[in-house]
Design a protein around this ligand. Structure first.
Ligand code: AR6
Length: 170
C-alpha cells in the first residue's frame, strides 16, 4: 500500500495527527511556513515553544497544535544550504527521521511535512525532495504504525520534484 502522497496546499489547513514545521533553532517563530503555522495556531503555540529551549539542526520537538485542525505540531530545523559540503544532506535526512520517530513515540498515524529547508534556507529543491522521499520511504518500510505521510508543497517546482521522486511525474 502506498502511504505517501503529495498535496499542494496550505499546511495549516490539514487535519492530520501532526504537521511538521520548518522552524529555526530558537523555535520562536519566523517567516515562511513557520510564520503561517504560528499565525494560524494562535499564541499558545509560541508559549509552548518558549519552554522547549530551542532545537538543534536535524532534531525535532513536539507541541500541541492549539487552534490548528491538526493535533500536534512537530518542529524540526533544517540545514541552511551552504554549498553541500557541510553535512546538509545528513542533517536534512535527520529532520525527516527524527520527526517520524517523534510521531511514532506519540502514537501518531498521519503526518504532513512542509518542504524543510526549501525556502529561505535555500536547499536545492530536487535534492531536498529526493532526500525527503528516500528517508520517509525507508522509515515506513520498517515502521508499520505510521499510516499516512503527506508531502505538502506550496509551489509548483516543489510539487513537480516531489511527484518525480515518488514516480508520479505530471
Ligand atoms: N504551507 C505549506 N508550505 C508552505 C507554507 C504554507 N502555509 N508557507 C510556505 N511554505 P521556509 P526553510 C513552503 O522558508 O527553508 C522561517 O523563517 C515554502 O514555499 O518556510 O526551512 C523559519 O523560522 C517552502 O517550499 O522554510 C526559519 O528561520 C517551504 O515551505 C527559516 O524560515 C519551506 O520554506 C526556515 O527556512
Amino acid at each position: 500500500m502506498n502511504k505517501m502522497e503529495v498535496l499542494e496546499t496550505d499546511i495549516t489547513q490539514l487535519k492530520v495527527d501532526a504537521i511538521v514545521n520548518a522552524a529555526k533553532n530558537s523555535l520562536l517563530g519566523g517567516g515562511g511556513v513557520d510564520g503561517a503555522i504560528h499565525a494560524a495556531a494562535g499564541p499558545g503555540l509560541l508559549a509552548a515553544c518558549k519552554k522547549l529551549n530551542g532545537c538543534a539542526t536535524g532534531e525535532a520537538k513536539i507541541t500541541p497544535a492549539y487552534q490548528l485542525p491538526a493535533k500536534f505540531v512537530i518542529h524540526t530545523v533544517g540545514p541552511v544550504w551552504r554549498g553541500g559540503q557541510h553535512n546538509e544532506a545528513q542533517l536534512l535526512a535527520a529532520c525527516y527521521r527524527h520527526s517520524l520517530q517523534l510521531a511514532l513515540e506519540n502514537g501518531l498515524r498521519s503526518i504532513a511535512f512542509a518542504a524543510i529547508s526549501c525556502g529561505v534556507y535555500g536547499y536545492p529543491i530536487a535534492e531536498a525532495c529526493q532526500i525527503a522521499v528516500n528517508e520517509v520511504r525507508s522509515f515506513l518500510a520498517s515502521h508499520e504504525a505510521i499510516e499516512e505521510v503527506i508531502f505538502v508543497s506550496f509551489n509548483r517546482p516543489v510539487t513537480q520534484a516531489l511527484l518525480e521522486c515518488l514516480g508520479k511525474p505530471e
